[in-house]
Each structure stands twice: as structure tokens, then as C-alpha cells.
Design a protein around this ligand. Structure first.
Ligand code: FHN
Length: 509
């Protein structure tokens, strides 16, 4: 008896030590001044709202859209928004491009409508990319939209238009700023090297001269001012989306950056900031030295998705995805890489939501403010699918079903949405339902329905395995077989007594 009690205590203890990094560990935490300020997820309404977005739109737009990856007949294979560093254009030429920036085709309301039709519930816009050009009339530099022939405040036009469509806006802000004399590039010293230096007790100084160190102080003040300016000018925004914060000088200023983050939050209640803003005092990014997530959600997923829930460590996260391989800004030549199809992207939307993340599709309008026809068509196709099936995405989370070969499943309350991406050749969809956690109970499918046709799905006995899991074969009818796109079956699970006569059979229609 005593042995059983002891074993139960040990079991409970081990069980309470979650596999997820956010929960308490056995190992003592290292005391950190600038690590995570919270263990576990944010529980406020702002963040709950963020979790329910499901789908977002990213827009990379700036003066790099003018060359669109080409200059004097030459084409860069690399990301068009990095064109200043492509070697195809001189720095002087690039830094004067803004004098031609006059996007006469730009229509913020039209952009917002397109995003709405696609099903996006939040939008991230590049206020300033690495080149330092500001799409708003910042009073802290002349390198802004105010000094272009266009003159008008693009950030304001977009914030207003998207907010009016009910789409939340987040402002992308690059810490890297090639236009500022005080900005210091980490060069080839990345955060892994910085971490190594900390471990070895070396104090790397990113500045070559006193003067450079002084200029960096000016850059910090400039950055701080611009961030407060954005919060002042666009109070409707829900969050800031940082990038380029891997730079050595920024990482080395972990304490200052931490304070700045707290100040920004104090100014703007509910402000959402991901893990790309700051590091802890040991140079750790995203997760601090104790494995806790820094800030509100994990921003590591760029052009890649976690493969399972374990990989996400129970953090909130989003994934930002390009349509070509790695082009964020407008590139004239889209024949250089594979272009994702709407169904590729729909598969990723479902995958992300099935693993408790949001999925964000990037668009790169041209120098005149027009989306390319391919982007318009993709947005339309994704939107068409979302308008029928969004119930499987918005507000859903990881389901109790394990990952199965036909696709992904999401859940809301007791409903589970099966999104079928790989239709079986025999048109019998085998669904494995887990064993109930409650002794003597099993799960049965109470009802099942196709989201697109609203018709009831016919279910057959699909057998059981030796571990107690139950299988159902859902018969895919002719009208669904004909569809050449992912489809969703909404099922309702209920727990019934194992001993209940024919409970399993009763569930079969
Ligand atoms: O260098 C940028 C890149 O141009 C783009 O903005 C992406 C978006 O997440 N972020 C950086 C690379 O991580």
C-alpha cells in the first residue's frame, strides 16, 4: 500500500513537470534580470484575441519595390527587399530611389478589402525595413515618405483602412537601419557567437572606436523615439513586429532594450510583442537561459512550420510565409523559384492552426502600389476556401486526434474539424479516434458533416486496434470526390460507456 502511495506521488510529480518549456522545471533557474518576465502564456483578452486570428497577411513594401530585384538589366537571385546589398546598385543610387517613390496605383481600401476577402484577421506592415526608409512621416529622419513625390502617410492610410475592415494591424519595425550613421552591424558575429563569448567570459565590444560607441547611443535614442512615435501616431495598432534584432550591438544592450519594451507596454495597454525584440543578458534570443519564452509569442517560424506540438514547447507562435521561396519585397521575376499554390498555403494554414499557431501569408506590392496578378489570384483562391471552411480555422486549436496521413485536425469545444489534404484513392477516410482518458469510456463520433455541402457524412465501422483506439471509415460521397481541393468534415465526439450495448455500432450511420 505504502509503495503504491509512494509511486503515485512520484508519478504525479513527474507528470507535473511538463515537457513544455514554460512550466516549472526540476533544475533551479538561473537568476536573470532580463529574461522572460512571465512563465507560461499571457492570459489577457488581447492575447486571447491574437490566438484566435488563425490567418494573417504580411506586407513588405518600401523603396526596394521600385527596382523589384532588377537593375541595369541584371537580376538578383536574393531577396528583393535586400536589394541595397545586392551589388547590382550603388548605395548612392539606392539611397536616392525614394525621390521616385510615387505609388499612384496604391489604394489602401482596396488592399484591406483583398485581405478581408482572403480571410486575414490581422495584418503586419513594414513601417521600416533594413534600408531605414520610413513609410510614415517620421520627424526623426528625412528619409521618409514625406519627402517622396507621394508625400502622404502610407502607414496611416493602411492602419485606417484595415481597421475599418475589422482587421487588426501590427507594425513591422526593423532594428537594422542602414540609413542611420549610428547603426552598427554585427557583421559576422551572430547571437550564437555572442552566447559562446559570454560562456567563455569574453567581453566582445561591437564598436571599433569611442566615436562609434557614441553614435550607437544616438541610434538607440532614435530607435526609441521612432517606436514611441508609432504608438503615438497609430493608437489603434495591436502590436509591434520586430525584425533584425540579432545584431550584436542590440543584443549587447539587453538591459536597455528590456526597459524600452516595458515602457512601450506601459504606454500601450495590451501591446503584443513577439520574441524577436530582445535577448536576455546572456545573448539568448527567443528563449531565455532558463528556456522560458521571451515576450508574448515565438517568432522563430519564418518560412517553416513546426512539425508537431512538442516542437512548439507549448508557446504561442506564428509562422510568416513567402509565396516564392524567399522573396518578401516585390521581385519582378517570379520564375526563379517554385511558387506556392493556394492549396500549398491552405495546407499550411491548417497545419499551423492544428499546432496552436497563426499563419501569415506575405505579399510584396510593386513600386506603383499594385499587387501582382499571381498574388491577387492566390488571395482570391485562399479566400474562396476560407469563406466555406473558416470554421475549421478561426478560434480553433490542437485537437485530441493524433496526426493522420490524410491531413490535419483542429478543434473547438467538442467539435473536431478534419481537413483532408490527401484524399484516399478508395474514398474511405480512415479516422483514428483516441482512447478515452476516462476508464470504461470510449469516444464515438456522434455526428459528422461536410462543411462545404452541409450534408451528413456516412460513417462505417473501421475496426479497433489493440490499444483501444477506435477507427471509423468515412465514406467520401461523389460530390466531394469531384472537388479538386482540400475539404473539411466536422465531427462531434462524445464519450460513451464501453459496456453500453452497441454504443459503437449506434454511432455508425
Ligand atoms: O531580413 C528580413 C527579411 O527581409 C524579411 O523581412 C523577413 C520577414 O520575417 N525577416 C528578415 C529575415 O529574418
Amino acid at each position: 500500500m505504502k509503495k503504491t502511495i509512494l509511486l503515485s506521488i512520484i508519478f504525479c510529480f513527474i507528470f507535473s513537470i511538463s515537457i513544455f518549456g514554460q512550466e516549472k522545471k526540476v533544475k533551479e533557474d538561473i537568476p536573470l534580470k532580463h529574461g522572460a518576465h512571465r512563465i507560461g502564456k499571457r492570459t489577457d483578452a488581447y492575447m486571447q484575441h491574437w490566438r484566435e486570428y488563425g490567418l494573417g497577411q504580411f506586407i513588405h513594401w518600401g523603396v526596394y519595390a521600385i527596382p523589384g530585384g532588377q537593375w541595369n538589366g541584371k537580376t538578383t537571385q536574393y531577396a528583393a527587399e535586400w536589394f541595397r546589398t545586392s551589388g547590382l546598385i550603388s548605395k548612392e543610387e539606392y539611397d536616392n530611389l525614394y525621390k521616385e517613390f510615387n505609388p499612384t496605383g496604391f489604394d489602401a481600401k482596396q488592399w484591406a478589402k483583398m485581405a478581408k476577402q482572403m480571410g486575414a484577421r490581422y495584418m503586419i506592415f513594414t513601417t521600416k525595413h533594413h534600408d531605414g526608409f520610413c513609410m510614415w512621416p517620421s520627424k526623426y529622419t528625412d528619409y521618409t515618405i514625406a519627402n517622396t513625390p507621394y508625400k502622404k502617410d502610407i502607414v496611416k492610410e493602411l492602419v485606417d483602412a484595415y481597421t475599418e475592415e475589422g482587421i487588426d494591424v501590427y507594425l513591422y519595425f526593423s532594428i537594422i537601419d542602414w540609413s542611420h550613421p549610428g547603426y552598427v552591424s554585427g557583421g559576422n558575429i551572430n547571437s550564437a557567437d555572442i552566447k559562446k563569448m559570454y560562456q567563455e567570459g569574453k567581453n566582445h565590444n561591437p564598436f571599433k572606436t569611442e566615436r562609434q560607441a557614441g553614435l550607437y547611443e544616438e541610434f538607440k535614442t532614435f530607435t526609441r523615439n521612432q517606436l514611441f512615435e508609432l504608438l503615438d501616431d497609430y493608437p489603434q495598432i495591436k502590436g509591434l513586429w520586430f525584425d533584425g534584432s540579432w545584431d550584436v550591438a542590440w543584443v549587447k544592450n539587453a538591459g536597455w532594450v528590456d526597459t524600452l519594451g516595458l515602457e512601450l507596454r506601459e504606454k500601450h495597454p495590451g501591446l503584443i510583442i513577439g520574441s524577436r525584440f530582445r535577448s536576455d543578458e546572456f545573448g539568448n534570443r527567443h528563449e531565455d537561459a532558463n528556456g522560458y519564452l521571451i515576450d508574448d509569442y515565438d517568432q522563430r517560424y519564418e518560412r517553416n512550420l513546426p512539425k508537431d506540438l512538442k516542437e512548439t514547447k507549448g508557446f504561442d507562435w506564428d509562422c510568416v510565409m513567402t509565396i516564392p521561396e524567399n522573396q518578401w519585397g516585390y521581385h519582378r521575376d517570379w520564375t526563379l523559384t517554385y511558387i506556392k499554390t493556394p492549396y500549398d498555403l491552405i495546407g499550411m494554414i491548417v497545419q499551423a492552426n492544428s499546432l496552436d499557431g497563426n499563419f501569415v501569408i506575405n505579399f510584396g506590392p510593386d513600386g506603383k502600389g499594385n499587387f501582382r496578378p499571381e498574388e491577387i489570384s492566390i488571395a482570391k483562391e485562399v479566400g474562396k476556401w476560407m469563406s466555406v471552411n473558416n470554421e475549421a480555422i478561426y478560434g480553433t486549436h490542437h485537437s485530441i486526434l493524433e496526426k493522420q496521413d490524410w491531413g490535419y485536425s483542429t478543434q473547438k469545444d467538442s467539435y473536431i474539424y478534419l481537413t483532408v489534404l490527401n484524399k484516399p484513392m478508395n474514398n474511405l477516410l480512415k479516422v483514428k479516434v483516441p482512447r478515452s482518458k476516462t476508464k470504461d469510456m470510449i469516444y464515438v463520433i456522434e455526428n459528422a458533416q461536410y462543411l462545404s455541402t452541409k450534408k451528413v457524412a456516412k460513417i462505417q465501422d473501421g475496426g479497433r486496434d489493440k490499444f483501444g483506439s477506435v477507427f471509423y471509415d468515412i465514406v467520401i460521397p461523389k460530390d466531394i470526390q469531384k472537388l479538386n481541393e482540400p475539404f473539411v468534415i466536422k465531427i462531434k465526439l462524445k464519450e460513451v460507456n464501453k459496456g453500453e450495448k452497441d454504443a459503437y455500432q449506434q454511432a455508425i450511420t
